[in-house]
Design a protein around this ligand. Structure first.
Ligand SMILES: [Zn+2]
Length: 328
């Protein structure tokens, strides 16, 4: 009996010694290419049930519209209630998940996040219409060195095609400075055109609308945000014709029904584009959204371990020309 106790104590001590000498293993790195750095608006800090677009209700323009986000689930995601809470949650999640983010949005918030986690935040700046800022101001911002990415560019919400000539000089600046560009294409939720964004047009999310702009800027590297959902055939044709176009999975992976998401993702991989799909969330205000979105990739039983690693990390390293050694 005594001998057993000694053995047990010895084993425990060895365990403790081992825990003291071996640093805890970091999880495999993840890059989220689609994060919005937003100021928290307490009036808009609402709960959200992932995959809420499984139900597109048949409303009536003469009746009050139903809330955009569905909160009828057991465990809705909770919004951050203040900028400080948001920052703390984003920093903690990045550290715990060994995650780096490509982030754009409010410049003050972005600078704060970057200062707190310089190695984990890659800042981007977006222009969606010429009214946002002048070409000169945009070029100066890119030249400052702080911004490494142009995004999110969302002309679709302005009723503009990405090939509209009013945006051309901005893309030319990004091309010249070797800055990758993320362009919103496709998904907009339920009733985007008649409930929330009157200029939004579904037809302006067609991936083929990128072709003229790409032809004018052969050195420009773009990724199609939201993978052009639900325009899978055009997306595949565009990527086939344009060898440097990548996609991200942001937004639709936590809002549309899961069977639909997996069908779309599987089709992209099946068509041979597994090396050009990047993980992204479209993170806004719910800190647990990162884990929710990662679970979609982790649970995709039609993807191999290597294919998941490509989507979660390797493809973004290649696309953004990052140094993989820095993430080990
Ligand atoms: Zn978007």
């Amino acid at each position: 009996m005594k001998k057993t106790v000694y053995l047990l104590v010895g084993w425990l001590m060895a365990g403790i010694a081992c825990a003291q000498t071996t640093p805890p293993k970091r999880p495999l790195p993840i890059i989220d290419v689609h994060v919005h750095a937003m100021k928290v608006n307490p009036g808009f800090a609402i709960e959200m049930c992932p995959w809420f677009l499984r139900d597109m209700p048949g409303g009536d323009p003469n009746q009050q519209m139903r809330a955009f986000l569905n909160t009828e689930c057991v465990d809705p995601l909770q919004p951050a209630k203040s900028d400080a809470e948001m920052e703390a949650a984003v920093l903690e999640t990045m550290k715990r998940l060994n995650m780096t983010i490509i982030a754009y949005g409010d410049p003050q918030i972005l600078r704060r996040w970057k200062k707190a986690a310089p190695d984990r935040v890659i800042p981007g700046i977006g222009v969606s219409s010429p009214n946002d800022m002048s070409v000169q101001a945009f070029t100066d911002s890119l030249s400052s060195g702080f911004y490494k990415v142009m995004g999110e560019v969302a002309p679709q919400y302005q009723g503009l095609s990405p090939s509209d000539m009013s945006l051309d000089a901005y893309f030319a600046a990004a091309e010249k400075l070797n800055i990758p560009v993320g362009i919103h294409m496709g998904t907009g939720g339920n009733g985007m055109a008649n409930i929330s964004q009157s200029k939004y047009r579904a037809s302006l999310g067609r991936p083929f609308l990128l072709e003229d702009m790409l032809a004018r800027h052969p050195k420009l590297k773009i990724w199609v945000m939201h993978a052009g959902y639900p325009m899978i055939d055009e997306m595949i044709a565009l990527m086939g014709a344009n060898a440097y176009v990548y996609v991200d999975l942001a937004g639709f992976i936590w809002s549309y029904p899961q069977a639909e998401i997996h069908m779309y993702l599987k089709r992209l991989v099946q068509a041979g584009f597994g090396k050009r799909i990047m993980y992204g969330t479209d993170f806004m205000i719910w800190p647990k959204l990162f884990e929710t979105s990662i679970s979609i990739i982790e649970n995709a039983d039609y993807l191999s371990f290597d294919q998941k690693r490509d989507i979660l990390f390797n493809n973004a390293v290649r696309f953004f020309r990052l140094d993989p050694e820095k993430y080990k």
